[in-house]
Design a protein. Structure first.
Length: 131
């Protein structure tokens, strides 16, 4: 069996396992955050599912494009170097996607967390009407 084939098999197995593990972790742990952003369970669950599908599509696409990066390895150390480099790029894609998703939700959530200003005639010893 050639080193290139072994390289492909290791790369596909490792990148698939990492992508599925990260996707499941984000799906499971992202739900409470999305519920706090959208204030609705149904909408949060739908957005969570759509984000995971997009995550899988983008990451598996990047993995597929990166499989041909580099040349034919001449030795086992060359093969490992190429495999680890491609996995590193795939992990950087994962991390970048996660960062920008969190940034977008932070921007969405910021106006929701701002408190309403106190009325001009506010008296801390009297209850606010309608509160």
């Amino acid at each position: 069996m050639s080193l290139r084939l072994i390289d492909y098999l290791i790369y596909i197995a490792a990148s698939s396992a990492l992508t599925v593990w990260v996707g499941r972790t984000l799906f499971r742990n992202g739900r409470p955050f999305l519920v706090s952003v959208f204030k609705e369970d149904g909408l949060a669950d739908s957005v969570n599912t759509l984000l995971v599908v997009g995550f899988y599509l983008i990451n598996f696409g990047a993995v597929a494009l990166l499989i041909n990066a580099g040349g034919a390895p001449a030795s086992l150390p060359d093969m490992l170097q190429e495999t680890v480099t491609r996995l590193g790029v795939a992990l950087l894609v994962l991390g970048t996607m996660h960062f920008f998703n969190l940034l977008v939700f932070h921007i969405i959530r910021r106006p929701l967390r701002q408190k309403a200003p106190l009325p001009v005639n506010y008296n801390p010893y009297q209850p606010i009407p309608g509160a």
